[in-house]
Ligand binder design. Structure first.
Ligand SMILES: *Cc1c(COP(=O)(O)O)cnc(C)c1O
Length: 353
């Protein structure tokens, strides 16, 4: 069945292993972040085999999907009050910043006869989730009164909303605050989590504060790319996930539409470059599955012209034109494309083992 997402499980293992090893040298363990591939269990299982200490996701549904994989599960998005029961049941650790939510988790944990671990997020400038440093002492003071909650650690999220680059300064502050609170409140901290794929370059530059002992890696593992500067990570592959879609029409036609140009399917007025007559291919995949801007054809002679909801239009004029209807064409993906394709129920999954 096409379109399909081809997933190379050996490459999943190799990329994961690469980061497990390089971070281990700095005494940093890993949360493999599974949200971008919707917590596909075969992929997650490979990541555990490669040595990640935790599986982490933003959505409780994805943690439920992975419940039979034998490793600690982490809910990385702040829990909604309405999902507290499931969070205590299926997440070993959840990220938190709101005392009202933490109190609900405490009550629910008591009901389920469990201790629930939380990781407290600090806002060090990126302005997404996080308690401000000036407020942290009073919040911790309240949390330690809760019998069924254990503070597993502290963390920070950067380069997500505000685009703030991790540094020895802001991560140093995380380390310093964590240590100070640990001493003040006698906390037994398991995790000091220094961010996501945008923090990796600090290891390379020998600038990672030594107290940081955890990173949460999504994009770096699945696309072989660090995200502070968008560089490919040498020694990893960037073709674990490949979109393969099928040709349903192949004809030589004009490169500019004929007639008065109004709006396209999405209300935009398109413009066209006149390249004369070209060999045009149509693939059975469209905007409902993926934004074509996130696709890169493996054959670099293929040009993507655009897409409507269900059709992807290609210029095949510069290729050797050796195509037939029914053939398939393959593409590399960026983060957004992988997220969308993993989420589309019209896209099949094919494992390469
Ligand atoms: C998505 C997410 C990550 C992973 O980010 P990548 O850039 O894919 O490594 C880490 N932490 C949190 C809180 C997230 O939401």
């Amino acid at each position: 069945m096409f379109p399909r997402l081809n997933i190379d499980l050996n490459k999943v293992y190799e990329n994961t292993k690469y980061f497990v090893n390089s971070c281990e040298k700095e005494d940093i363990n890993l949360m493999a972040v599974t949200k971008v591939f919707c917590a596909d269990t075969k992929v997650a299982q490979k990541q555990v085999e490669a040595g990640v200490k935790y599986l982490a996701d933003s959505r409780i549904q994805n943690l439920i999907k992975m419940k039979d994989i034998d490793v600690e599960k982490v809910l990385m998005r702040l829990p909604m009050h309405s999902e507290v029961e499931k969070v205590v049941k299926y997440a070993d650790i959840s990220f938190n910043t709101e005392i009202s939510t933490i109190k609900k988790l405490d009550l629910e944990a008591k009901k389920q006869n469990k201790k629930h671990k939380i990781l407290i997020m600090l806002d060090l400038g990126d302005l997404r989730e996080g308690i401000l440093p000036k407020d942290i002492d009073s919040v911790v003071e309240e949390i330690i009164k809760l019998e069924n909650i254990k503070i597993a650690g502290f963390g920070v999220n950067l380069t997500c909303y505000g685009g703030i680059i991790p540094s020895d300064k802001n991560l140093g502050k995380l380390a310093e605050i964590s240590e100070r609170l640990s001493n003040k409140f006698n906390l037994d901290l398991e995790i000091i989590s220094g961010g996501n794929s945008s923090s990796l370059f600090l290891i390379e530059k020998n600038n990672m504060p030594s107290k940081i002992n955890n990173l949460r890696l999504g994009e770096a593992i699945v696309l072989g790319r660090e995200t502070a500067y968008g560089n490919d990570v040498k020694g990893t592959c960037n073709d674990i996930f490949i979109l393969e879609a099928e040709v349903i029409e192949l004809k030589t036609k004009d490169s500019v539409p004929t007639g008065e140009i109004g709006m396209d399917a999405f209300g935009n007025t398109p413009t066209f470059e006149d390249k004369g007559k070209i060999l045009r291919g149509i693939l059975a995949v469209g905007q409902q599955d993926v934004n074509p801007d996130g696709l890169t054809p493996l054959n670099d002679k293929i040009e993507i012209l655009g897409a409507s909801s269900d059709h992807l239009l290609l210029n095949l004029e510069e290729t050797d034109k050796n195509f037939k209807v029914g053939d398939t064409i393959k593409f590399k993906l960026d983060y957004g494309a992988l997220l969308q394709l993993s989420t589309s129920e019209y896209v099949d999954t094919h494992y390469i083992e």
